[in-house]
Ligand binder design. Structure first.
Ligand SMILES: [Zn+2]
Length: 428
């Protein structure tokens, strides 16, 4: 039995075992591997990996096992609903975790946690490691959106809420890169919030994709309330009159009262066409199924994600549009390439396909009318209601669906260097 450590330190809520042991090791001046050895046992899978052991951790810290199991995520009993949690740990609200000494506290947060409402700090989706979190003192609508998000969770349950909020971000992402024509258009608000979070000229130091998500979060949640509601899903899946009512309401929430679905460049039409009548999309993976669960791995920033981060910051500094950053971020992957979506060779094709409505429409996407130089994009309308066993029987809260087989490969490969020049022209 290992001797008890002299400094008493409690784990933070949702903290990962590796994060907690790392702080204990720092505070006691013990090498991390040595302390890990004392609180872990060889895993059942063999291969030399050692997994955290609640009884050994209790002996070393002097904290009863049942209290540790309330905080440290890997030894939580009963096990949490892993599908309701992200699969990547991140550092928590710096003010909430300030009373936990010894280094960065890494927590596994549930999907519905984007803001610390107590300290008004944006936490957001896991992004490049250790980006500072911005304060929301000047952006109270983002804090209010977190509260609305939690109300949605209580009404719809975790599965529908998860799918709906990510779908909201997907829709906002596509729209941000298109022009606004109405003075109340939410796209103008996104630009203003982005100016607060990533002031002009400071992009090199303040940019993060997570802050782009913050700029659109209020509308993502407003849209989620529609997209997650079985009533509105049934209207969207219904005849042209039902689709029209849905389109009018989502347009109102986005500050575009004359909105009409279009067959291309329109993620809302895509959702009406291919997604609204199916069960919510699942996360691609969970923390529980990750290799190294309960092990000692602490995530590090990969060079390629740092490079991508710098490229995104430069791109954003040039055009101040955040759509591309959102659409290309792994956070919305589960709704960008859903299990039933067409497989594309290139990721850029997957992004484009998530804003095309092709299942029920055989209208040509775009036609040249008169002597116009720009093609006119056709309106989208499905002629009849979709038959859907799911919508016929679903009641709130809808359960997590089951996936018959593991999800296919992600949505296509990224562009190579020379292809990037052809497909993406700066300033577009
Ligand atoms: Zn806090």
């Amino acid at each position: 039995m290992s001797p008890r450590l002299p400094i008493a330190v409690a784990p933070a809520h949702h903290e990962t075992a590796a994060s907690y042991i790392s702080r204990l090791a720092n505070l006691h001046g013990i090498p991390f591997p040595e302390l890990w050895q004392q609180v872990s046992r060889p895993g059942a899978a063999g291969g030399g990996a050692r997994l955290i052991a609640a009884d050994l951790l209790a002996a070393v810290t002097g904290i009863p096992e049942n209290l540790l199991a309330r905080a440290v995520i890997e030894i939580r009993r009963p096990e949490p609903d892993w599908l309701a949690f992200r699969h990547e740990p991140q550092h928590g609200c710096p003010r909430c975790t300030a009373r936990h000494p010894g280094g960065t506290v890494r927590q596994l947060l549930p999907h519905h946690r984007y803001v610390c409402t107590r300290h008004r700090i944006w936490i957001g989706p896991p992004d490049v490691i250790d980006q500072p979190y911005p304060t929301l003192d000047e952006l109270p609508e983002i804090v209010a959106a977190q509260r609305a998000h939690l109300r949605l969770l209580r009404r719809l349950g975790p599965a529908a809420t998860y799918d709906a909020v990510l779908t909201g971000f997907l829709i906002c992402g596509h729209r941000w890169d298109q022009d606004a024509h109405h003075p109340d258009d939410a796209r103008l608000d996104w630009g203003e919030r982005a100016a607060e979070l990533i002031p002009h000229g400071t992009e090199e130091t303040t940019f993060s994709t997570s802050r782009l998500f913050a700029a659109t979060y209020p509308e993502a949640v407003k849209i989620a309330a529609l997209v997650g509601s079985l009533h509105w899903r049934r209207l969207a899946a219904n005849d042209p009159a039902g689709q029209h009512r849905f389109a009018a309401e989502i347009g109102r929430r986005l500050g575009q009262p004359d909105y009409r679905p279009k067959v291309v460049h329109d993620p809302i039409a895509h959702w009406i066409d291919d997604d609204c009548w199916r069960p919510p999309s699942l996360p691609r993976t969970t923390y529980r199924t990750q290799r190294g669960f309960g092990g000692h791995t602490i995530p590090k920033a990969h060079q390629h994600s740092i490079d991508r981060h710098r490229r995104s910051a430069r791109w954003f500094a040039r055009n101040r549009r955040g759509g591309r950053g959102i659409l290309y971020h792994r956070h919305i992957g589960p709704v960008l390439a859903r299990d039933w979506a067409r497989q594309m060779d290139l990721f850029i094709g997957t992004v484009a396909a998530s804003a095309e409505a092709t299942t029920f429409s055989d209208t040509p996407a775009a036609t040249i009318v008169g002597d116009a130089t720009e093609p006119v994009i056709a309106d989208y309308q499905r002629p009849t209601a979709v038959r859907s066993d799911y919508l016929d029987t679903a009641v709130n809260p809808v359960p997590w669906p089951t996936r018959e087989s593991p999800p296919g490969p992600r949505g296509g490969r990224p562009l190579l260097g020379h292809e990037r020049k052809i497909f993406t022209t700066p300033g577009r």
